[in-house]
Design a protein around this ligand. Sequence first.
Ligand SMILES: [Zn+2]
Length: 318
Amino acid sequence: MGKLRTVAAVLLLLFMSQFVYAQESGVSIYDLAVSAKAVFRWNPGMETGELSKRGDVVRFKIGIPFILINYSKKIESVKVFRGKNGAVYISQNGADAVLDLFRERTPAPGSMVVKAIIIDPGHGGKDPGAIGRHVVNGEKIVLKEKNLVLDVARDVFMQLKAKYPDKEIIMTRNSDKYITLEGRTEIANRVKLKDNEAMIFVSIHANASLNSRSKGFEIWYLPTDYRRELIDTDSLDKDLHDVAPILNSMLEEEFTVESILLAKQIQSGLEKTVGDVIPDRGLKEESWFVVRNAKMPAVLIELGFVTNREEALIMRKD
Ligand SMILES: [Zn+2]
């Protein structure tokens, strides 16, 4: 008899759990993240969460009747709630929106994808770059550009790797090593790409000035009239030799426009994140810097001035 009662109790429990499930029907966000191959982050204190993939982000909060896609698009009437088992659930309409956003898309034929990002920490080894000397609480501090930009480049590398696992993220140096300017662009130019793949080159530096009050970040790109030798005439078919200069200038035009777009993106990103402590000195064009031989869109960032005490102290922090 005792056994029968246990069976009845188990059946009743199963029936009740069905009932609970029917009332709060939805998909566990953990399962959703697994099937969408997205990254799930949860803040238990705020009861907020986020799913992200390839730079797209969905944000949600328990009890708030919508989810937010890429900080701009709202999907209304979505229920995010805690299930009986304590896990976080989302209503089916929300799960569908998430799956749609994160579904694997094959790029349309002809559309380009950035496949590789080259991060180039300036200087290194025997070349320290700019040096800032300051006294902080009676202690002498020497800030060398080569060390500072390597730390920043490593951090950028890790963040890009995590955000874009299917892209190639390449550092021109990952130690205190001297590399010539030619060596740096060679590393980039050696990367093999398919026809619809592109890459970008980002050189990271820090500034210096005799005027210790100079401060702010700058982003540089090649002048619009600068001409690189992008196309190797010998590698072209004989009948294309005559048009090589035209092909070259078309490619040059494209790289210049893309470099300016990239510079603007980085500028607005820096403005948003550090703009209140490191002022924006604007976009600048110059033909002498390292990226002049990179056969791709390329920019150079001057993070701030190691010679400015305030900025040097900020740049030493993570
Ligand atoms: Zn430099």
